[in-house]
Write a protein that binds this ligand. Structure first.
Ligand code: AMP
Length: 316
């Protein structure tokens, strides 16, 4: 497997592959590779001639403390990618990805700005913001201020900005994202429609451990007890799913039952919990069509998320 750290070299690498008529599958990650990532890589390998991944821990998506604490192990990532038959791993430095930024610490400051230049229904690409970040992608409000974006709108500007850069460098045929991060799927799919019509996007269902806990890079930070507590959130969401499948449509009533299950685990602090319509990502008093049950929660300082997609339309 080839490891490339420079954008220009990565760009040449994919250009060579494409000039020989081969198709490229691309899986963007923050590193800390686990089996969930491997599922995406496996899909990419099955559907493309060549699979490339990126392992770039994007500072724009974190507060500084969380960034420092995020699990990073380059050697482990290398092994996991090799095992998954990845042809090239793009692993740029922060300086390489943000060449116009003088002091990379300011990438954490960008979270404190007041989001000027945002449109309700289209992406805005800012040429250069006050911190010197060039091509900063502003996600449309009608996608951003939903679910987790209500609490952390900057996270999705950060993620869209880096994916925009990665797509420009790697120009893949297809790209793969996990439904575990369902809002990211919605945003990147619209970004592709707007700016990269040649790229096809696939969303991949969440891979879980045998007991149901979603694989996540942060799971390695959990103690045994915290891991047990984390599982109760998934079980609570699944209970919500069952209620919907049985015909319950009152969002408040379902949320109350989900919260009651989670409340039995005192170690869990819910950061965000809601049921939203799958298409609009907005909560509705009554659940009629396909819906998303989404939870973001803390165990001490470790923040995890989980998503369950409910499709009553498939009810038999
Ligand atoms: P991350 O490194 O956390 O940004 O994740 C990179 C990609 O892997 C994203 O598209 C995630 O949605 C996806 N992903 C993370 N965890 C899982 C999982 N348990 N199952 C499937 N995909 C996942």
């Amino acid at each position: 497997m080839k490891i490339i750290k420079l954008a220009s070299e990565a760009n040449r690498y994919v250009a060579d592959i494409k000039s020989s008529g081969r198709e490229i599958g691309f899986v963007p990650t923050l590193g800390g590779l686990h089996k969930g990532h491997q599922l995406l890589m496996q899909r990419a390998c099955e559907e493309n001639d060549v699979t490339v991944i990126s392992t770039f821990l994007n500072p724009m998506q974190f507060r500084k403390k969380q960034f420092i604490e995020y699990p990073k192990d380059f050697e482990e990532d290398k092994l996991a990618a090799e095992e998954a038959d990845v042809a090239m791993m793009f692993h740029p430095s922060i300086e390489e990805m943000f060449r116009t930024v003088q002091k990379t610490d300011c990438l954490f400051d960008f979270q404190n700005d007041n989001f000027p230049n945002r449109c309700n229904d289209r992406f805005v690409i800012e040429t250069k913001d006050k911190n010197g970040i060039d091509n900063l992608v502003r996600v449309p409000s009608n996608l951003l201020y939903r679910l987790d974006g209500i609490l952390h709108p900057w996270f999705f500007d950060g993620s869209a900005t880096i994916v925009y850069r990665l797509f420009n460098i790697l120009r893949p045929t297809r790209t793969y994202f996990g439904e575990k991060d369902i809002q990211q799927v919605a945003i990147i799919s619209k970004l592709i429609d707007a700016c990269f019509p040649d790229i096809q996007m696939a969303s991949v269902p969440t891979l879980r451990e045998a007991d149901g806990l979603a694989f996540s890079s942060r799971n390695v930070l959990l103690s045994k007890e915290q891991r047990c507590s984390a599982l109760s959130v998934y079980l609570a969401l699944k209970h919500g799913e069952n209620l919907i499948m049985e015909g319950e449509s009152d969002r408040e009533a379902i949320l109350t039952k989900i919260k009651a299950i989670i409340a039995t685990e005192s170690a869990i602090i819910i950061d965000y919990l809601d049921i939203v319509d799958r298409r609009s990502l907005e909560p509705a008093e009554r659940i009629h069509g396909d819906a998303i049950l989404y939870a973001a929660f803390f165990l001490d300082t470790i923040r995890l998320t989980d998503t369950v997609i409910v499709t009553p339309s498939n009810r038999t």
